[in-house]
Design a protein around this ligand. Structure first.
Ligand code: PSU
Ligand code: MN
Length: 299
């Protein structure tokens, strides 16, 4: 049996050195509800194609890690309420169980990098949890050990952003600000946390990645793109919702891998339209930026 199944389109694109952008699927199984999850995945894929690159949705299809899920597979997985959330430690377990799985930033990065994809677009990465510094997402150690470019809108302030940045610094992950000096906080363009480097365009990111590779550093690169200004949700509006969602998780004793999906689902329920539009806007924007970077690397 194949360890990682690669779709024909992606296999050919990689063979020919065409620009490919990976997309995660925990967003599909645990981030958005059906059918909004299908719609946002299609919009991201289209944004990537419009910018001249090829989208590769990564996930676990009936137990098989797959790079390049078809539209029909995405549709099925999106509607499957029994689909599991798959991070790194779950990767070796799903094969036995033959289930569908949505891969997190960590698991998606590993699978994509293994088959030769170099750029990955997502919304927000996991990190160190607010009030629970012992709860660190596997996204962070994977970023520190997987040479891949992850494009995101920073991280939600459901996380402890200063501690998350400290971790990335300790483990040598460069955090680049896309046309900004500040670490973006998902719904907000700013967080008050300064980054070391601002990049202006895709060529700039590609040059840094090439240097990182030529030095044979084990880390990936994190490119943080602020949400488009028109869709930003003011911090005063989001903060009380986040505080409430985090407090509910604590009160209900939610732990482990269930915490992030729990808080994300509560955020959606507490603020439906307002944050959903912002979330979609930044995802499509990140997909577009990632496609530009993939093209700069392929050039
Ligand atoms: N943060 C978000 N949206 C998300 C996630 C995080 O704002 O969808 C998802 C991503 O798939 C991320 C995962 O990789 O949650 C992190 O989960 P954990 O904290 O259990 O590692
Ligand atoms: Mn955790």
């Amino acid at each position: 049996m194949e360890t990682i199944h690669i779709s024909e389109e992606i296999k050919q694109a990689l063979d020919e050195g065409k620009p490919v952008v990976a997309l995660e699927s925990a967003l599909i199984t645990h981030g958005f509800a059906y059918p909004a999850n299908v719609a946002i995945t299609r919009r991201m894929a289209q944004a990537i194609r419009d910018a001249g690159a090829i989208p590769a949705v990564v996930g676990i299809w009936r137990g098989v890690p797959t790079v390049g899920l078809s539209d029909a597979q995405v549709e099925t997985m999106a509607a499957d309420e029994t689909a599991v959330k798959v991070s790194v430690r779950d990767l070796p377990l799903t094969g036995v169980r033959q289930v569908h799985g949505g891969t997190t930033v960590a698991a998606t990065s590993l699978l994509a990098q293994r088959v030769g994809v170099r750029v990955f677009a997502t919304g927000g990465i996991g990190g160190v949890h607010r009030g629970h510094p012992e709860d660190v997402s596997a996204d962070l150690p994977v970023l520190a050990s997987t040479p891949l470019i992850v494009v995101c809108a920073g991280a939600k302030s459901i996380l402890d952003l200063p501690r998350t940045l400290e971790y990335l610094e300790t483990w040598g992950v460069p955090v680049l600000g896309w046309q900004t000096e500040e670490f973006p906080a998902f719904y907000s363009r700013t967080s008050g946390l300064k980054l070391d480097i601002r990049v202006e365009d895709a060529a700039h990111v590609a040059a840094i990645f090439r240097t990182q590779r030529s030095l044979r550093l084990p880390q990936g690169l994190l490119v943080t793109v602020p949400i488009p200004a028109a869709d930003e949700v003011p911090a005063e509006e989001v903060e009380p919702l986040i505080a409430q969602a985090v407090a509910e998780a604590d009160a209900q004793g939610i732990t482990g891998k269930a915490i992030t999906p729990f808080i994300l689902a509560r955020m959606v329920a507490l603020s439906e339209s307002r944050t959903k539009a912002a979330n979609e806007s930044l995802l499509v924007n990140n997909a577009r930026v990632a496609a530009q970077i993939a093209q700069a690397l392929a050039a």
